[in-house]
Write a protein that binds this ligand. Sequence first.
Ligand SMILES: *Cc1c(COP(=O)(O)O)cnc(C)c1O
Length: 364
Amino acid sequence: MSLVENIIRADVRALSAYHVPDAKGFLKLDAMENPYTLTPALQQALAKRLSETALNRYPVPNYLAMKEALKTNFGVPDGYDLVLGNGSDELIAMISIACAKPGAKVLAPMPGFVMYAMSAQFAGMEFVGVPLNADFTLDKAAMLAAIAEHRPEITYLAYPNNPTGTLFNAADMEEIISAVGDSGVVIVDEAYQPFAQTSFMSRLPEFSNLVVMRTVSKLGLAGIRLGYMSASAALLQEFDKVRPPYNVNVLTEAAILCLLEHADVFEQQAAQLRSQRSQLSSQLASLSGVEVFPSAANFLLIRVSNPKKSETYGNEVFTKLLEQKILVKNVGKMHALLQNCLRITVSTPEENAQFLHAFKLALD
Ligand SMILES: *Cc1c(COP(=O)(O)O)cnc(C)c1O
């Protein structure tokens, strides 16, 4: 046996690394990034703030100032604290580590965010995926049956869901949270909250097993890597024990404190993207052979079909977009329900027009 075989878990060796395609020279519409960069005035303010930051010191581990700023800006209920992560990806990993008792299970609707299943596997937990309905709404009966059968320690509900954009029915979610009860936590992942304008954050006091998770990534700050979650003090206290002590760095802290003083800029961008979403959605829906699914996020999931083409027509369209230097996400292979589906990030009016032009050419 080789060194690698001797020491690395078989299931890790069998994985392929999370593939991020090189997007140099492409119109990048695959990762739900906000297309707007900082204004010159904001760049100046941020440069000053960052230059004044003491890089020789560790972060102050309680992150009090940053937590206060996040709580006031993002509607965290009075008396509720936060745990911070290096992106919400790290929060997902922390929750998995904290809950990974022998035999513990993680449950989520499918298709869903890939990190839920990945982090379950990394922590040695079984992942149970429950298919959505064909229109990507929650199959409540199947969810309740799976919860009764598996009694999962962790249940994820992305609100709205990625890669489908669906905003699940809130009453169905309440029933699921109640059905899980004291046997598990339900993580409502609100990564796309700025585009959905609805939230479970204010409802934390109603459910002792509810965790609301957010990130600043999709709001326009994917590069600074900051996620936060709120829940009862009893739960947060335990999750915080597995957090690496200095997981959020001082530059991220300085940047968010500076930028939250200009939160209105990001809210305006989100409003523009919401209006672009409805415009792009109706433009796409008017094309023959294109089905657009309702989205409450900053992306659109579409299905392409053409009776004269192959059963994997989606791949052809994806390749023809690539040839025109346009990168979207080909999700057709992710799940049986996603056959011939593409996921497209909503961008500026100019970039959306460029996409639409290329897409029409790609369809024939
Ligand atoms: C993008 C995304 C995240 C990850 O956000 P980061 O804070 O950038 O790690 C989490 N959940 C869902 C559903 C996402 O789509």
